[in-house]
Write a protein that binds this ligand. Structure first.
Ligand SMILES: Nc1ncnc2c1ncn2[C@@H]1O[C@H](COP(=O)(O)OP(=O)(O)OP(=O)(O)O)[C@@H](O)[C@H]1O
Ligand SMILES: [Mg+2]
Length: 305
């Protein structure tokens, strides 16, 4: 559906994108995960025609995606990272502005505004000024403003920043529902929990390059270890550390130690060591690694530094 081929973009000295290639299929809930400055917004802005790539191209169903190709561009909806609403206008007045930008006939604009504001539980508040809204409510208006023209693909650029947990959940459920009825979604974030919950396929982007691509399981399979076992420094006597080092890597992390267990080591071997050392299993925390561990093992850095 969307084909991105060797897209590069430079801002003076910063190479924001370095030859990014990606294919996104119809109906996907696609996640773009990366730390601050990775190039996520730059890519979203190129796909929606707000920015022009220096090199490479992007297309939708074979039609070029750029500012000149209005017809194809209108099949994309971008929910920008920074909220773009007039604080002194009501929710409805804000949506009217977007509707006019898209040149929607007033009857269908009215219907769609009612439909979408109901969907995000804001119809009752339609005549209130946006400045009276919480961060989460503003995010929801920002979100539906990009759906009025009924795009086939919705790109959400960090749509939960500054949102309380309840509103965050409302946004997730709304997006999941829209995806279930056929909307293709590209979801940008630096929260790995969000892509783990929402996305069927994920691209990890860092320093303008895609460094990992696949389902969560495919990305996890690239990890050189399977389980993580954490324990306090007080119990980390030399004999324990030595026994654990035979099973994987042992490293100090903040006030703890972490053992990253090599693949195919039965957990019973860990339990045996704990017993041999006369320690209690409750002194050890067993964890399944997350995408954060994938990012860490690929870059040596954490997603949020
Ligand atoms: N208009 C611009 N002018 C100059 N540099 C820019 C511009 N837009 C982005 N950059 C730079 O390009 C790089 C990528 O920025 P981008 O906004 O795409 O990252 P991001 O992944 O969206 O980050 P964040 O999570 O902080 O939103 C950064 O180094 C940024 O400073
Ligand atoms: Mg950004």
């Amino acid at each position: 559906m969307i084909a991105i081929e060797s897209v590069s973009k430079r801002f003076k000295r910063v190479e924001a994108l370095k030859g990014v290639s990606l294919d996104i299929e119809e109906g996907e809930f696609f996640g773009l995960l990366g730390p601050n400055g990775a190039g996520k917004s730059t890519l979203m802005n190129i796909l929606s025609g707000y920015l022009e790539a220096d090199e490479g191209s992007a297309s939708l169903d074979g039609q070029p995606l750029n500012a000149a190709n209005e017809k194809t561009r209108l099949k994309m909806g971008l929910v920008p990272q920074s909220i773009s609403l007039y604080e002194d206008l009501s929710a409805l007045q804000n949506l009217e502005i977007f509707g006019k930008l898209y040149q929607l006939p007033s009857k269908s604009l009215k219907e769609r505004m009612e439909f979408w504001l109901n969907k995000v539980q804001l119809w009752e508040r339609r005549n209130d000024k946006v400045k009276t809204f919480s961060g989460g409510m503003k995010r929801r208006v920002n979100l539906v403003s990009s759906l009025l023209h009924e795009p086939k693909i919705l790109m959400c650029d960090e749509p939960t920043v500054g949102v309380d947990p309840q509103s965050r959940n409302a946004i997730f459920e709304f997006l999941e529902e829209q995806n279930a009825v056929g909307l293709t979604i590209i979801y940008t974030t630096h929260y790995m929990e969000e892509v783990e919950r929402l996305c069927s396929r994920i691209a990890i982007i860092d320093n303008g390059e895609i460094i990992g691509l696949g389902t969560r399981e495919e990305l996890m399979a690239k990890l050189p270890f399977e389980d993580e076992v954490e324990f306090a420094k007080e119990i980390a006597r030399p004999s324990l550390l030595e026994a654990f080092r035979a099973l994987g890597e042992v490293e100090p992390i903040k006030e703890k130690y972490q053992l990253r267990v090599k693949p195919n080591i039965p957990m019973s071997r860990i339990h045996q060591i704990i017993e041999d050392e006369n320690l209690s299993h409750r002194q050890f925390q067993f964890k399944q690694p997350t995408l954060e561990a994938v990012f860490l093992s690929m870059t040596g850095r954490s997603l949020r530094e």
